[in-house]
Design a protein around this ligand. Structure first.
Ligand code: PFF
Length: 503
């Protein structure tokens, strides 16, 4: 009997799926609002530098770690050394956490799409407060991702990415063209986005750019390890990594061209200050105002825009589900469909309190569910993105730089027919020193900002920030204990085990 191949059918399929993971709310929402909040073009330049100097190296490490082991992140790190398999446990825990809050936001994007011909302007808070609607849309969003992941890597993830990613790109380009054609205010929007003014960029802005680059590229969360494990030797890892980073950064940059001219046009024609658009409200609060001010055509654009954001969000959550599912499928040799169903049910159960907590806090309810002064969505976001993600990305670099070693890396790449040439020595320096040190800086300054936040231009201690940090590191410690007690000396499975489990 012909052996069923468990992995991507083509290099292009892999690139599109990985780009699907990378391109998400981080690009279409996070990047533009952070650019706006941090002064515009100078932030963009720092962001691009971060992708070039930290992102590419870390992504290459993660894909390579997955591919050489052809297994889930726990086995993949164990394959490098059994002492570091716990790095992989972290790489499975983080996506588990992210998927739960990401799904709530995904639910918002679906709701905004469906509601585009009604009115989305001003509905962010009122929607957030309608608990049943939030639960319904979160469940719809998770259900969509569930169907895709259940289909498997080749028939679910790869096939859907091949349709959804080009669709996303076409809609985005269409929105950019529309936005640039608005006339009044467009050139001011472009100037803000393209003329760097470094005096507007602060240290925390640089930190935000670094963190944003990681998050946007789906690094430090096992996603690229998992997807990398499904690639064959014929896939050129260096070229694929470059393509994925290019797609991700390209989409983020285009999102800016879609959003800033439109927002500045609105400002110019209505007299409202652009400054009032700063912050997280840019996508869910400001853009509906901007689109709906343009009449029926604006509503059509709004529909396509939020549809595009929903696509981006769903292809990202798919990768998060895949990381968690891959581990359980392989470790316990359970059929994919059963595991994915279980993952989705747990995700719905955890997303519900997250969605409710956000709605309560936005609605200013007393007795809202908050922990360490944060609604659950922000709490999960800070634990994963600010504290744990850089740790996990750091581990990926250290694994390749110091445990496997750049020499072995180059040798293995060449055995797979990938000549690295000059890149080899550059990579060696980057992966051993430059990238891990920069990641360490992100971690240290990120945690410092959390524990000693800036309040009215002076730093003060935050017990809540400390509580969040300790909880995150507690989670890391828990993962480490789980590894040494339950996983180190047991078989944690490989991609082959899924093929066997399905027979
Ligand atoms: N990169 C995604 C975004 O920019 O929205 C978020 C994400 C997806 C992070 C998948 C991590 C991940 F594994």
């Amino acid at each position: 009997m012909e052996k069923k191949q468990n992995g991507f059918a083509s290099g292009l399929g892999f690139i599109l799926a990985a780009a699907g993971s990378a391109v998400g709310l981080g690009n279409l929402w996070g990047f533009p609002y952070k650019t706006h909040a941090n002064g515009g073009a100078a932030f963009v330049l720092v962001y691009v530098a971060c992708v070039l100097f930290i992102g590419i190296v870390t992504m290459l490490c993660e894909i390579y770690i997955g591919r050489r082991a052809k297994a889930n992140p726990v086995t993949a790190f164990k394959f490098a050394s059994s002492k570091i398999g716990w790095f992989g446990v972290l790489a499975v825990i983080i996506p588990g956490f992210i998927s739960c809050y990401y799904a709530v936001l995904g639910g918002y994007t679906v709701r905004f799409t469906v509601n585009s011909f009604g009115t989305n302007a001003g509905s962010f808070v009122s929607f957030a407060e309608k608990e049943w609607l939030v639960i319904l849309f979160t469940a719809v969003f998770i259900g969509t991702a569930l169907l895709v992941v259940m289909g498997g890597v080749k028939d679910g993830i790869e096939k859907s990415s091949k349709v959804l990613m080009p669709a996303l790109f076409i809609i985005l380009v269409g929105t950019v063209i529309f936005s640039l054609s608005l006339g009044e205010g467009v050139s001011e929007g472009l100037a803000f986005y393209m003329k760097p003014d470094f005096s507007k960029l602060s240290g925390s802005g640089i930190l935000a750019a670094m963190g944003q680059a990681f998050y946007s590229l789906s690094l430090g969360m096992g996603a690229m390890v998992a997807y990398g494990s499904y690639t064959g030797k014929e896939v050129n890892l260096l070229k694929s990594t470059a393509m994925i980073c290019l797609c991700d950064t390209g989409v983020a940059l285009l999102a800016g061209f879609a959003i800033f001219p439109a927002v500045y046009h609105y400002t110019a024609t209505t007299g409202l200050e652009a400054g009032s658009f700063q912050g997280v409200g840019l996508m869910f609060q400001t853009l509906p105002l901007v689109f709906e001010d343009l009449g029926f055509i604006g509503k059509v654009i709004q529909f396509f825009f939020f549809f595009m954001v929903s696509i981006a969000a769903v292809t990202s959550v798919i990768s998060l589900f895949e990381v968690v599912s891959q581990f359980f499928i392989q470790k316990f040799r359970i059929r994919r469909k059963k595991v994915v169903m279980a993952v989705a049910v747990v995700a719905v159960l955890i997303s519900v309190p997250i969605g409710i907590s956000l709605g309560q806090v936005l609605g200013g309810k007393e007795n809202a569910i908050v922990i360490f002064g944060q609604n659950l969505l922000d709490l999960f976001d800070i634990i994963t993105n600010t504290v744990l993600m850089p740790v996990c990305a750091f581990f990926s670099c250290i694994t390749v730089g110091w445990i496997i070693g750049p020499k072995k890396f180059s040798r293995e790449m060449e055995q797979d027919g990938q000549k690295l040439g000059l890149f080899s020595s550059l990579f060696s320096v980057m992966v051993k020193f430059v990238t891990p040190l920069l990641i360490l800086a992100i971690e240290i300054f990120g945690v410092y900002d959390l524990v000693f936040p800036v309040v009215d231009s002076a730093r003060s201690f935050s017990a809540n920030g400390l509580g969040i940090t300790l909880s995150a590191y507690g989670l890391l410690a828990l993962g480490t204990v789980i590894y040494f007690v339950f996983l180190k000396n047991s078989d944690t499975g490989t991609n082959e085990d899924e093929t066997r489990a399905e027979k």
